[in-house]
Design a binder for this molecule. Structure first.
Ligand code: ATP
Length: 138
């Protein structure tokens, strides 16, 4: 079984129930969950890899504009499975696809796109630790 970090972004918080239903239907389980409002500084840390991008400022403003729900998901190929459920980064592109993804259903545009999913085992480990820090060592 694989683990990943899923986040419901501020624009889709009111659709949390629908998103949980999608997660459940895909045989992924929620093993940790937290609702929190990120500070600008926390949002900047989370998206550190994008700090030189032109959309960075909009992104971190948006991500700290209201509560998010972070979840650690577990399941077979959880990383890829959750990213497939999310769909393309740009919500408008997502709506062009035949399959109705989370971003197609609940996203707004290229930045306000309903959800986040880790893109690798390494980023999943970092992002799970970001939201659910382990106190002790191994
Ligand atoms: P995420 O990492 O949030 O699951 P992703 O991996 O599909 O999405 P990234 O390229 O990692 O997309 O970008 C992180 C986030 O930055 C996106 O989810 C989106 O909110 C925002 N973003 C990415 N590309 C653009 C863009 N071209 N214009 C505006 N915002 C963008």
């Amino acid at each position: 079984k694989e683990r990943t970090l899923a986040m419901v972004k501020p624009d889709a918080l009111s659709r949390l129930g629908d998103i949980l239903e999608t997660i459940h239907a895909a045989n992924l389980i929620v093993i940790k969950a937290k609702m929190t409002t990120l500070t600008l500084s926390q949002a900047s840390d989370f998206y550190m890899e994008h700090q030189s991008k032109p959309f960075f400022s909009n992104l971190v403003q948006f991500m700290s504009s209201g509560p998010v729900v972070a979840m650690e998901l577990m399941g077979d190929e959880a990383i890829g499975a959750w990213r497939r459920l999310l769909g393309p980064t740009d919500s408008a592109m997502a709506r062009q696809e035949a399959q109705a993804s989370v971003r197609a259903r609940f996203g707004t545009d290229g930045t306000q796109n309903a959800g986040h999913g880790s893109d690798s085992v390494a980023s999943a480990a970092r992002e799970v630790e970001f939201f659910f820090p382990s106190t002790a060592g191994h």
